[in-house]
Write a protein of this length. Structure first.
Length: 104
């Protein structure tokens, strides 16, 4: 795996472990900056980790993504938020150990 992709998997895994969230995600924008988030479960707001990471990137001025990673126990990941910003961006789905299970 590319070292930069390994970095975002590690960041996503760390954020998930630190907060105990169901998912952790990290995205890398077209300038190389990274944004990390976890899933959000509030009475008035629910976001997947990837949605939250994309929102953080966009709110910081990112206009495109190079890659995204999601660490989850779920068997699927909805890549829509990342693809809304950049069509065809690779989204890595990793298990809680950090092993990449698939690239969407």
């Amino acid at each position: 795996m590319d070292p930069e992709d390994a970095k975002i998997v590690t960041l996503a895994r760390s954020s998930r472990a630190r907060t105990g969230a169901a998912e952790g995600a990290a995205v890398r924008d077209t300038t190389g900056r990274t944004y990390v988030a976890t899933s959000v479960e509030l009475p008035s707001l629910k976001l997947t980790a990837l949605q939250a990471a994309v929102a953080a990137a966009v709110s910081s001025g990112a206009d495109g993504l190079e890659a995204a990673a999601v660490v989850t126990e779920a068997g699927t990941v909805d890549a829509t938020a990342a693809r809304d910003l950049t069509a065809g961006v690779p989204v890595l789905r990793a298990d809680p150990s950090g092993a990449v299970v698939e690239t969407l």
